[in-house]
Design a protein around this ligand. Structure first.
Ligand SMILES: [Zn+2]
Length: 497
């Protein structure tokens, strides 16, 4: 998963970068995948056996991650991945394979980033530019200042002190009580962020540096703002905790700390469109009713987006492969959608829901796999207690494979969420975390090295059988918008995939 959940839009960037749970120890070993002794002579049994014996899901993740690499929305690499995905869908028997475009905004390309102190013997350390911020056009040199202002009012206290300075925007020793939650939603938040950036520009600040939310040298990227060319923008980067805290300690010594910072990223000259890739197997009896299985093909770019979310995208393609290989034709249409713009705020799935808002009733269910390589243990019901009975039927053939959990929890942080808000039964897979939230998620660790093949293959089995059963069952899952559910017992500490 990836992206900023709506619930987090009320936080400042500095808070966001800190909002992750730092890991104090290695993640626990994943639960073992149950081994099935035999496969029943049923469609579910056929799918389970075929995927166990012939899965291509690991090879697909490796192709996306190793050969194509990171896939920022708007990048050539994502375009390449989408062309490959369309060819794969066609090869795997899908029809009506096409892309659906939506307006994305500016594209952004990472360059080479570097940082070294001009004081203190020229110590160098890792920095990563915050995507969609402007580069430094060469390098900037400035004295550091800790500016832990959390809103415009607090920032104004620094008036007159920021000219020619590079700002440390995270205070790792912050003991202040959190600011009261303010109303107004996303627009108010974005307006304040823009006003704060404009203030920094007016004051002559050179760049900002924030602290990664992950320990042990990990960078962690996020953020979705900045695609609007009319918004004010300042070069910004983040550093892993260890060097960042060194800078804070040096400042605490009350001696000048001067930094040379070079950030090579840049935005495109003009806004671009992005697309979702769609393909389907038409239903044999009810072609107008649809079960959607999806993942997001886009990724962040510090690693190669192997577990976020080449895994879910490849699992969705594996569902097509298994249907083709077994010759099973679903009663309702199976539609696979590989979204883009997920990491910038579920932009692809939101655009899809908006473009097809008159067709939401035709969707039986939406299933999304976006928590990395871990096996599927169940699905979030998003508060839809009235779907529990039918979902329990859908996963019954998977119970012995460890797929049992139907949680009322709501997860808002991946591409099923816009469908859920539109009243469609739309569920995220609950997966074994492996090292996702403590390691690979949005970090420079996100390489195919972290795949656990038997876990990933189980995930493909779970998605294929659940989709099949939902496509076959006589009943329709109840639709309807629910009152907004609290994010109770969120699936991950960040509330986001
Ligand atoms: Zn993701």
């Amino acid at each position: 998963m990836p992206r900023i959940p709506a619930a987090l839009f009320g936080l400042t960037l500095a808070t966001l970068l800190q909002a992750q749970s730092p890991f104090a120890a290695a993640p626990p070993a994943p639960s073992p995948v149950p081994v099935l002794k035999d496969y029943p002579d049923t469609p579910a049994g056929k799918l389970l056996r075929d995927i166990k014996e012939h899965a291509e899901v690991v090879a697909r993740v490796e192709y996306l991650a190793d050969v194509i690499g990171p896939r920022l929305t708007g990048s050539d690499q994502l375009r390449q991945a989408q062309a490959w995905a369309k060819a794969e869908m066609t090869r795997l028997g899908a029809v009506n394979v096409h892309e659906e475009a939506y307006d994305f905004g500016l594209a952004w390309t990472r360059g080479v980033d570097s940082a070294r102190l001009l004081t203190h013997n020229g110590i160098r350390f890792r920095v990563d530019q915050l995507p969609w911020t402007p580069g430094t056009r060469g390098s900037v040199q400035g004295e550091l200042i800790l500016v832990d202002a959390r809103n415009l009012e607090e920032l104004r206290a620094f008036k007159g002190q920021l000219k020619g300075r590079i700002l440390l925007r995270t205070n790792p020793d912050d003991k202040r009580p959190p600011l009261p939650r303010r109303g107004g939603g996303l627009e108010t938040y974005q307006a304040e962020q823009a006003a704060m950036t404009q203030f920094l520009l007016d004051e002559g600040a050179l760049a900002t540096l924030s602290m990664s939310g992950r320990k042990n040298g990990l960078s962690f990227t996020t953020g979705g703002a900045g695609r609007d060319p009319k918004k004010p923008a300042l070069p910004a980067a983040y550093a892993p905790q260890e060097p960042y805290k060194m800078l804070v300690r040096l400042l605490a010594r009350k001696e000048p700390v001067k930094l040379e910072l070079s950030l090579g990223g840049s935005c495109s000259a003009k806004p671009v469109q992005a697309t979702n890739v769609v393909g389907e197997i038409p239903g044999r009896e009810l072609p107008g009713e649809v079960v959607i299985v999806g993942g997001h093909l886009d990724s962040w770019d510090l690693g190669t987006g192997a577990t976020d979310n080449a895994t879910g995208s490849s699992v969705a393609l594996e569902v097509l492969r298994a249907f083709q290989a077994t010759g099973l034709k679903p009663r309702r249409t199976l539609r696979v959608i590989l979204w883009s713009g997920e990491e910038q705020g579920l932009l692809g799935s939101r655009a899809y829901v908006e473009a097809h808002k008159d067709a939401m009733d035709a969707i039986q269910a939406v299933l999304v796999d976006d928590m990395g390589t871990g096996m599927v243990k169940g699905f979030t019901l998003q508060g839809r207690e009235n779907c529990r009975g039918l979902m329990a039927q859908a996963i019954a053939p998977l119970n012995d494979l460890g797929v049992k959990e139907l949680s009322l929890r709501t997860m808002n942080s991946t591409d099923h969420a816009p469908f859920d808000r539109a009243g469609v039964p739309a569920f995220a897979a609950i997966q074994e975390p492996v090292d996702y939230f403590l390691g690979t998620h949005h970090s420079q660790m996100d390489y195919a090295d972290h795949l656990v093949p038997d876990q990933l293959v189980q995930g493909a089995q779970a998605m294929a059988v659940t989709a099949w059963e939902l496509a076959e069952m006589p009943a329709r899952l109840p639709h309807g918008r629910l009152p907004t559910q609290p994010v109770a017992g969120a699936i991950n500490p960040q509330g986001r995939p």
